[in-house]
Design a protein around this ligand. Structure first.
Ligand code: 1GP
Length: 255
């Protein structure tokens, strides 16, 4: 561990790209609204000890700056790995994080979520001094709360070519990462056929999240080609965050 801090001058995106050359990664998502900052710090520490590579902080609902800052500070204090913001809206910017996923919800029906919020929030990102990492965000059925809030037209689970078309457009538009999102707490993860179709089409790293609850789910998603898997709910609801992350990272093939 300590790989990121040991290379502190390295930008977070370069760190991720370099780390991916060794194999897939696991990110743990913490929603600052779901627990106290102290508890968030403990979960992050346990997750890193169990092998997670990055802590993401965010949620689909708006968040007040005080809670966000306090949570990010507590997490930053407890881990060596990068802490990346995963904003649900323009309120999700904290200067205490290392980077922010500067996202565009490409399949939203409301331009606010494609370019509007980005224009409103860009200056705050610059002033905060966190590294923006451009990421295309694609919502797949069922899409959950984030699909509803983001006014997405969720990509159909049985039409992989549609998701692949959006993914290729994302690459050609210059996004550095693609996030396939089934929605937090989705009954099942993004279907393997969709992940395979996207991986056969694009060269940039593909992140998959939503509904990955156990090692079996994680294995399917990794086998389909996901470069990074994200778990939030399963870690949050586990009695023991360490054991849950340990179980899921085993799917990465490291042990
Ligand atoms: C949500 O993809 C993330 O934005 C994680 O989903 O909470 O279902 O793990 P889960």
């Amino acid at each position: 561990m300590g790989g990121f801090l040991a290379q502190i001058i390295m930008k977070v995106l370069s760190y991720i790209e370099e780390r991916l050359e060794k194999g897939p990664m696991h990110f743990t998502l913490i929603d600052p609204d779901k627990q106290s900052p102290d508890r968030a710090g403990i979960i992050a520490e346990e997750a890193e000890r169990a092998g997670t590579d990055v802590i993401m902080v965010g949620g689909s609902a708006g968040i007040d700056l005080y809670t966000l800052d306090t949570t990010v500070k507590e997490i930053r204090k407890n881990v060596n790995c990068p802490v990346i913001l995963f904003p649900g809206d323009v309120s999700g910017v904290s200067k205490f994080a290392d980077a922010i996923f500067f996202m565009s919800l490409l399949n939203s029906q409301n331009t606010y979520y494609i370019t509007g919020a980005q224009a409103v929030g860009a200056k705050a990102v610059k002033l905060a001094g966190v590294e923006p990492i451009s990421m295309a965000y694609l919502i797949v059925e069922p899409g959950g709360a984030v699909g509803w809030v983001g006014e997405a037209k969720p990509l159909p689970r049985n039409k992989p070519s549609l998701t692949a078309a959006y993914a290729l457009a994302a690459q050609y538009l210059g996004f550095r990462l693609i996030y396939l999102e089934a929605g937090s707490g989705a009954p099942s993860p993004v279907p393997v056929e969709l992940i395979e179709a996207v991986k056969a089409t694009v060269d940039i790293p593909v992140i998959v999240g939503g509904g990955i609850k156990n090692r079996e789910d994680a294995e399917k998603v990794i086998k389909a080609g996901a470069n990074i898997i994200v778990t939030g709910t399963a870690v949050e609801e586990a009695k023991n965050a360490y054991s849950k992350v340990k179980e899921i990272v085993q799917a990465l093939g490291g042990e």
